[in-house]
Design a binder for this molecule. Structure first.
Ligand code: SAM
Length: 258
């Protein structure tokens, strides 16, 4: 019997209806190439595998890796490792010669969700879709629109790279042990028209971090070091970071490296 480990964010899904809905959202089909981050005891893994020829698992907990190795299930490949260090780009390159879509999925450990989402950005070019369960509050920030109080650094950076949608809300009772927070499933599709160079992306990170450094202050203050190069309008100078659109931040990032 496996005892859930807090340090690995282990909250196992147990609600069949929720599991069914998440699997339907992932929409597995035989030729699809899927990697599941954190399979745990397999709430999603087993139903996914029924519809896939092959499924890769990435798990940090050695006991769970041993558990999966013992199962000896056809089509499963178990990778022991830390998702924060895993090279998803390299993994996804194996998908390119396949016909099916390439997806990264999982009920993620909530304690590492933001760094993991940023880590995955480097593989976005090779991945077709990500379907993740996260803390609801994080998903709300990811999909928040400019002008909303949830609009934050996470919203700008991820919306610059992905089209995203909150697709399912999940209450604590769907898990064992129950988390203290509500959860939600987000679908993330890398934007096809994304064309920022690495330098432009780094510049976006800098300008967005500066803009949101003091949420209540006007951009005149937060973007002080950039204002001689950015053509901020009078109303932008008086605006707050949460009022600026993602596209406008992208324009600024480009100007700063031109
Ligand atoms: N998928 C299972 C479910 O829905 O019941 C388990 C989800 S549980 C919230 C998170 C899983 O991620 C656990 O299996 C945990 O051991 C694993 N995990 C935690 N940190 C990880 C990391 N850095 N890299 C890979 N897996 C990790």
């Amino acid at each position: 019997m496996h005892r859930a480990r807090k340090r690995f964010g282990q909250n196992f899904l147990q609600d069949d209806g929720v599991i069914y809905s998440i699997v339907a959202l992932i929409n597995p089909s035989a030729d699809m190439h899927v990697i599941e981050i954190g399979p745990g005891l397999g709430a999603l893994t087993r139903p996914l595998l029924r519809n896939l020829n092959q499924l890769d698992l990435l798990e940090i907990d050695r006991d769970l890796v041993a558990y999966w190795n013992q199962q000896n299930l056809k089509g499963l490949k178990i990778i022991e490792g830390d998702a924060l260090k895993f090279d998803f780009s390299d993994w996804a390159k194996n998908c390119l010669d396949r016909k099916g879509l390439c997806k990264v999925v999982g009920n993620l450990p909530y304690n590492i969700s933001s760094p993991l989402l940023f880590h995955l950005v480097s593989a976005a070019k090779e991945i077709d879709e990500q379907v993740f369960m996260l803390q609801a509050e994080v998903v709300e920030r990811m999909v928040a629109k400019a002008g909303s109080s949830d609009f934050s650094r996470l919203s700008v950076m991820l919306q610059a790279r992905y089209d995203m949608e909150l697709v399912l809300e999940v209450p604590p009772e769907a898990f064992d042990p129950q988390p203290k927070v509500n959860s939600a499933v987000v679908r993330m599709i890398p934007r096809k028209e994304f064309e920022l160079s690495i330098a432009q992306w780094n510049s976006l990170e800098k300008v967005v971090a500066a803009a949101f450094s003091q949420r209540r202050k006007m951009l005149r203050t937060n973007l002080n070091i950039f204002t001689d190069r950015l053509n901020l309008t009078e109303s932008e100078l008086k605006a707050r970071a949460q009022d600026i659109s993602v596209d406008r931040y992208i324009e600024w990032a480009k100007v700063l490296v031109s």
